[in-house]
Design a protein around this ligand. Structure first.
Ligand code: ARG
Length: 480
């Protein structure tokens, strides 16, 4: 096929496009990923054209059949798209139809513009992508849950300013990340609700003169209903921004997770051991086992933040409605999706394969004076004002440091030197288990609260098992 035949326009032009412009203008390299969505929305559109009597039953049937054939072919051989000369995926699908059906294929674009078509396809793709991401988030939460369940008795220091602060359990640390990823999940679900309206039938910007039942068309494609305003519909890329911002926030969580584990895996803390399968060696230093997978997650998070910024800037000040700048949205979104999905996946593999070292964790919690708050509270219980007890305990810690002792190794006489109220029962309070158990408020680190949280998370995960992907498949395959 020559270039002239691959174009969907041309009547108004006397000259052929510049060869470099053609390359510059094409988006097929990127938007071939919308092929399934373009075929689905085209089939739905053909049914609306039948209702408006633009197509006969027989014509619509032939178009639908040919589009379905095309779907089969591309799923077997995606390269057939990438190697062609077309301007974009919409031109490609339509040209294939014309190639196979002749003049009948030329009827499909009646009343439709690529402006409403591209955003419809992209919204359909986003619905699919969100289900994939929800699924990954679900599996990541499950991986954290498995670790959390195994480590309820692993005491370790919790940090502020990267200094040992108060004792926590490894389980509690896992539960913190489950909270973050649950919020990411709900952000995606909110985005999904807001994007679930079909722009198709908005035409170039002001609707179509054909008698399309847009709500019916929307439901046919799996949307809840049609959008309200055509001008907004073809201009709107909020849903792309929302997914990118959910991705950016989630990548922050992933980068903090990566950083925590890099630190836990370092020779300095030695709380966990990462598996050989996700680490690499040094070309020079034989003793090294580098946490590459985690460093890459940390590194790639910045890329997603850059992609969100690109998209914000792309849209800022852009006049309504469609402008070609918007063609760039797909590369941005697809890149962010790929990075987010891969990093979620990598995190699951890391968590499932790592080992937590109970004894080193406990040793670090003991050596970090992480029970000093308990000592201050002990004096408060004996009637000493908190500020004063805080000062006294600071002095006791100083003495312990100078003698290279933990607090519980100090003799009672030492405690008494600093305050008369200290008695033998101070050692019960300093015990790490009792430090942990004393924080028994909702969301606290006590063993009892952690057990409650684990039960709640287990129910949450079990309720959601398998729903995400199966729901999407129903949406896509349901016809009227
Ligand atoms: N390829 C374009 C995109 O991805 C769609 C075409 C939009 N319409 C137009 N008149 N150029 O954004």
């Amino acid at each position: 096929m020559n270039y002239q035949d691959s174009k969907l326009w041309g009547g108004r032009f006397n000259k052929e496009p510049d060869v470099f412009f053609r390359k510059f203008n094409t988006s097929l390299r990127v938007d071939h990923r919308l092929v399934i969505q373009d075929i689905i929305s085209s089939i739905a559109w053909s049914k609306s054209l039948l209702e408006c009597e633009v197509l006969t039953v027989e014509e619509q049937g032939r178009i639908e059949l040919e589009l379905n054939n095309l779907l089969q072919e591309v799923s077997r051989n995606i390269e057939m798209i990438q190697n062609s000369l077309h301007e974009d995926i919409h031109s490609w699908v339509e040209s294939k139809l014309i190639e196979r059906l002749g003049d009948l294929g030329k009827k499909l674009h009646t009343g439709r513009s690529r402006n409403d078509q591209v955003t419809t396809d992209l919204k359909l793709w986003c619905k699919y992508a969100i289900q994939i991401l929800l699924n990954h988030l679900h599996h990541l939460e499950r991986a954290f849950f498995i670790q959390a369940d195994l480590t309820t008795d692993v005491i370790m220091p919790g940090y502020t300013h990267l200094q040992r602060a108060q004792p926590i359990t490894f389980s509690y640390w896992c539960l913190a990340y489950i909270e973050m990823f649950r919020r990411d999940e709900s952000r995606l679900q909110n985005a999904l609700q807001r994007l679930d309206f079909s722009p198709l039938g908005s035409g170039a910007l002001s609707g179509t003169s054909w008698c399309i039942d847009r709500d019916k068309l929307a439901v046919r494609m799996g949307f809840s209903s049609a959008t309200r305003n055509g001008l907004d519909s073809v201009s709107d890329r909020d849903y792309v921004l929302e997914i990118l911002s959910a991705a950016s926030i989630s990548m922050i969580h992933l980068s903090r997770f990566a950083e925590d584990l890099i630190f836990f895996n370092s020779g300095e803390s030695n709380f966990i051991e990462l598996s050989d399968t996700i680490t690499s060696g040094s070309s020079l230093m034989p003793q090294k086992k580098n946490p590459d997978a985690l460093e890459l997650i940390r590194g790639r998070s910045g890329k997603v933040h850059g992609l969100l910024t690109s998209m914000l800037i792309l849209l800022k000040g852009l006049p309504l409605s469609y402008n070609k700048d918007m063609q760039e949205d797909k590369e941005i979104l697809f890149n962010a999706f790929d990075i987010w999905r891969d990093c979620l996946n990598m995190s699951i593999i890391v968590l499932n394969s790592m080992k937590v070292k109970k004894n080193t964790c406990l040793y670090a919690a003991k050596m970090g004076y992480s029970n000093a708050t308990e000592l201050a509270d002990y004096l408060v219980n004996k009637g000493v004002p908190f500020r004063e007890s805080h000062y006294i305990v600071g002095k006791i810690v100083l003495e312990a440091i100078s003698r290279k002792f933990s607090l519980e190794q100090l003799e009672l006489s030492v405690f008494k030197k600093y305050h008369v109220c200290f008695e033998k029962d101070v050692y019960d309070v300093l015990d790490l288990n009792s430090c942990i158990n004393s924080r028994n408020v909702k969301g606290g680190v006590s063993f009892q609260e952690v057990k409650k949280s684990l039960d709640e998370v287990k129910n949450y995960l079990d309720e959601r098992k398998n729903i995400y992907l199966s729901k999407y498949m129903n949406d896509i395959t349901s016809s009227e």
